[in-house]
Write a protein that binds this ligand. Sequence first.
Ligand code: UDX
Length: 444
Amino acid sequence: MKKITVIGTGYVGLVSGTCFADAGNDVTCCDIDQVKINNLSQGIIPIYEPGLKELVHKNVRSGTLHFSANVPQAILDAEVVYIAVGTPMNSTGEADLTYVKQVAKTIAENLNGYKVIVTKSTVPVGTGRLVEKVIRKYSKDQHPFDVVSNPEFLREGSAIKDTLNMERAVIGATSEKAFQIIAELHQPFTSNIVKASLETAEIIKYAANAFLATKISFINDIANICERVGADVTKVSAGVGLDSRIGNKFLQAGVGFGGSCFPKDTAALLHIAEDCGYDFKLIKAVIETNEKQRVHLVEKLVNSLGELKGKTISVLGLAFKPNTNDIRSSPALDIIPYLAEQGAIVKAYDPIAIVETKKQIGYQCSYTENAYEAIKGSDACMILTDWQDVKNLDLAKVKQLMNQPLIVDGRNLFKLERMQELGFTYLSVGRPAIQKDAVISKAI
Ligand code: UDX
């Protein structure tokens, strides 16, 4: 059992802290945002993440999880201090380290004995060393400490599962002692520990996210070729994914990736490459393909519908992926304002991300309580998130409700044969277009 303080109660901090508490450690999650801490202390969770609320409540009740806005005190009490503050992307695509540096200084000022300081935030290579330097400077070398890079690989929507049953823990430590302490913390979660240097651990995080983003952009490029030659990308994914060297995950073609990690981390990796004088062409192409994919989906809509002015368009899905209310870099945030700008009347639906979307793009569209309400009377429907309740739509009812049966599906949710039978014009990604009333040869 260790006394752990986690600084920053965002996604990563809150989930990691809660899971460490669940494994029997004494954890204090702290934040300078007093309102957030007050809410958390009352069991109000600022993010939607399946299972998180229950796990927080359980560990608060059992006394292993605490919340505090008194960051210095929480540091004084801890053996291990996790830095899990935000590293937002600045205008040039670089990760902004202001918060990380501030926290490192606060840690230095409250160092009262040996502590392991761990960076959990996704940070550029060299940040671990920078944290070490800042702490050394402000603590005036009065107490021993070690710095560790222990990057996070959890996915939103399955963050608890991903943490409690992680596939691996990457631990880049400045001493064997610190490595052992952090490795022990991870024993309940995984036996796959990758021991590395600080810099290597930092690169592993970027390499993992950039590789996954590359898989997505790659399959989206293949999808665009499939559209030109009349092939079906979902079968291509299945066909190549069965090769165990490739694997079938992250090969789902669609409107492209969003979220808080892939767009930010690919941009940051490009910066890291530029900073060390390397022209990382591949990652540039990954980013560009992803940006174009949103435009491509809108082009499909325009090619089929003609002028958008005065047309009613329903948009299903605002979150960047299902099971989260996170809309950061979500395709909807680009697509809805564009449709509205062209004079379309946009009706949007999402099971849980409407409040966040309103804050971001306001009333450039109207919002509905269910998908059918959005669909009712629309000239076209765009699907942007693969929510289960969108997958489960009664398609016959959808057709009946629409002004004209045109669906542009950025997530390939429905079978082509079914859409053809029902008489939709159905434009998906990397699959043959289904034209209403047209007789097309049956897909194999
Ligand atoms: C990602 C990484 O998976 C995780 O390991 C890291 O710690 C943080 O970044 P997350 O952003 O939560 O997690 O979402 P993820 O499930 O990876 O999806 C990212 C985006 O890729 C979503 O927009 C999703 O729709 C898209 N995606 C994913 C595809 O378009 N196709 C796929 O096959 C898979």
